[in-house]
Design a protein around this ligand. Structure first.
Ligand SMILES: Cc1cc2nc3c(=O)[nH]c(=O)nc-3n(C[C@H](O)[C@H](O)[C@H](O)COP(=O)(O)OP(=O)(O)OC[C@H]3O[C@@H](n4cnc5c(N)ncnc54)[C@H](O)[C@@H]3O)c2cc1C
Length: 393
């Protein structure tokens, strides 16, 4: 039986950070993963450039049943701490948009940085490990794989969520939480494209590839970003963001011209070009292929602008400022960036991430019911929660 101070399950963002911190504090740490290489999601994140944090990260950018839970960790290990680490390793980065920081070259730089820190902290890495059982007796955890059993005083679960099952995602962390009496809140795919109802698909799939700046709203939350029409439904950052707030059956209300008062625009066009057709005028505001679809859907009638009266102008404006889509569902875990829900934070210490009723058992990263917006927030939660657990192990 191998003896360790700490076993961390999951060599992703949170697990690596936690193992580094515990190792630096002199703990004998084993980092276990079921995959062939560590940090697989980091490698494919941000289109291969890893949006590793967000300079505006704050608790408001996170969803959780207890919105206060993330505050402590996010304030103890901030985006500036992670940026300092990136700078220490001489990794070039840039702000793309809205405070999102990406590597100039490759997400590999972040994985290599974490692996070199882990090596310096004497963290042992064991890959391609299939855990078959975990038990607890006499203050120690036993983690069993087909080859051997390992014992540790502290067990950290950093096995992530359910998205991208072909990249090693498993329900291990949720099952282990339940095994030890912690509640797991309902799980669902988030930061995920929404899919068409059959009737919308018939109309909109032909304009797949069309993108425009919008605001997208669901359940009272609103995101101003780009929206993309796809063969399967709606995507783009505005839709990925709103998917975290959308529940089956809900509408998504899209303002297709968020920066223009459409009624005033039509009135001014009418004044300047009374003979111009409505669709020609609208094509100055929206992609032409979208305008044609809106015409086909009778969102407006094509006629010379001079035929519009103030009431019809206002109706058309209202339609464009609050176009209602009723998605059929989401693309699910196959393409989702994150899992909403997870280990109920009521069962964890917000300072250390340790289970309140189960000494020595910790949950960090995405397996916990804390989910960030699109834009580097999910990694910031992984770093912060991993760092906090690492200080307490
Ligand atoms: C395509 C994509 C792009 C993304 N881009 C970004 C981005 O740019 N910025 C951002 O902030 N967030 C991004 N995210 C989200 C981000 O990757 C996750 O929120 C983050 O990786 C969570 O970290 P984690 O350590 O909790 O889990 P993970 O990084 O998922 O790591 C969990 C690890 O545990 C391992 N594991 C799972 N089950 C077991 C088991 N039974 N036994 C052993 N090991 C196991 C997995 O193989 C994995 O290595 C992206 C996600 C996806 C899918």
């Amino acid at each position: 039986m191998q003896q360790w101070d700490v076993i961390v399950v999951g060599a992703g963002a949170a697990g690596l950070m936690c193992a580094i911190e515990a190792g630096n504090r002199g703990r004998k740490v084993l980092l276990l993963d079921n995959g062939k290489r560590p940090g697989r999601k980091i490698l494919m994140s941000g289109g291969g450039r890893c949006n590793f944090t967000n300079i505006y990260s704050s608790p408001e950018n996170f969803l959780s049943q207890n919105k206060h839970f993330c505050k402590s960790a996010l304030s103890r290990y901030t985006q500036w701490d992670f940026i300092a680490l990136v700078q220490k390793h001489g990794i070039a980065y840039h702000e793309k948009t809205l405070g999102q920081l990406f590597c100039d070259d490759s997400a590999k730089d972040i994985v290599e940085m974490l692996l070199s820190e882990a090596k310096a902290a004497n963290v042992q890495l064991a890959l391609q490990q299939q855990i078959t059982a975990v038990s607890f007796a006499d203050g120690n955890y036993t983690v069993t794989t087909p080859e051997l059993s390992r014992q540790c005083q502290s067990l950290v679960v950093a096995s992530g969520g359910l998205s991208l099952p072909n990249l090693g995602a498993t329900a291990f962390g949720f099952q282990l939480a339940e095994q030890f009496g912690l509640k797991v809140l309902p799980l669902r795919a988030a930061l995920v494209p929404l899919t068409w109802q059959p009737s919308d698909k018939a109309v909109f799939e032909e304009i797949s590839g069309v993108s425009l700046p919008v605001t997208a709203e669901a359940n009272g939350t609103l995101f101003p970003e780009d929206m993309l029409f796809t063969h399967r439904g709606l995507s783009g950052p505005a839709i990925l963001q709103i998917s975290s707030y959308w529940q089956p059956g809900d509408n998504v209300i899209v303002n297709m011209a968020p920066d223009t008062n459409v009624a005033e625009f039509l009135a001014s066009q009418q004044h300047a070009h009374p003979e111009q057709e409505v669709k020609t005028a609208l094509a100055k505001l929206l992609p032409k292929r979208l305008v044609e679809k809106l015409l086909a859907l009778s969102v407006f009638t094509n006629q010379p602008l001079k035929a519009l009266n103030p009431r019809t102008m206002q109706q058309l404006a209202d339609n464009l400022h609050a176009y209602v889509f009723k998605p059929n569902g989401t693309e699910g875990y196959r393409t989702a960036e994150v899992t909403i829900g997870g280990v109920d934070t009521d069962y964890l210490s917000s300072k250390t991430m340790e289970a309140k009723q189960q000494p020595g058992l910790y949950f960090i990263g995405e397996v916990v019911d804390v989910t960030g917006w699109l834009g580097g927030y999910n990694f910031q939660w992984a770093w912060a929660s991993g760092w906090c657990a690492g200080q307490s192990l």
